[in-house]
Design a protein around this ligand. Structure first.
Ligand SMILES: [Zn+2]
Ligand SMILES: [Zn+2]
Ligand SMILES: [Zn+2]
Length: 163
């Protein structure tokens, strides 16, 4: 698999996460400018919270956090912000965990295969069109129409295997 097909690798525990966050916010601003949509303060804050780490975040944790910050956002408003971020491709929803994770390369058109560590919870994102093509062909041979091509794989990351 070519290197450029890794959208978000597993990170060292002591990596400078601030730069991940800054890159994500920068890409979000660029994305919104080119789509002509607004990154409102709430949308931006929700994105920041999701990018708090490389672990998926559940909606109710976001709601708790925003309530603590007294941003006073009603749940429907927060859910609409999540929908916005999903539509813009800035975050992804992991169906198997019912949680959200920041997209590694939102400005790039891509497929997503997620590797989810069962131990620490960290998520890596890959984009390998070959995997998608094989699956789509098999599905079509069964007369199955694929609607969501996202793949979520559970396992253990290198750090957790090493202990
Ligand atoms: Zn990071
Ligand atoms: Zn992505
Ligand atoms: Zn792990």
């Amino acid at each position: 698999m070519a290197n450029d097909s890794v959208l978000m690798p597993f990170k060292d525990r002591d990596h400078a996460h601030q730069s991940c966050l800054e890159k994500a916010l920068d890409q979000a601003v660029k994305n919104c400018e080119s789509s002509g949509v607004r990154l409102t303060p709430l949308r931006r804050r929700v994105l920041e919270l999701i990018w708090g780490s490389h672990m998926p975040v559940k909606a109710y944790d976001l709601l708790d956090q925003l309530r603590d910050e007294k941003i006073g956002s009603a749940p429907p408003t927060v859910y609409r912000s999540l929908d916005f971020l999903l539509e813009e491709g800035l975050i992804h929803k992991l169906q198997s965990l019912n949680a959200y994770v920041g997209c590694g390369e939102p400005l790039k058109h891509h497929t997503s295969q997620f590797l989810i560590c069962r131990d620490c919870g960290e998520v890596a994102e890959m984009d390998d069109p070959d995997i998608q093509q094989v699956l789509s062909r098999k599905a079509e041979s069964l007369g199955f129409q694929v609607l969501d091509k996202t793949i979520e794989i559970q396992g253990l990351c290198e750090k957790c295997i090493a202990g």
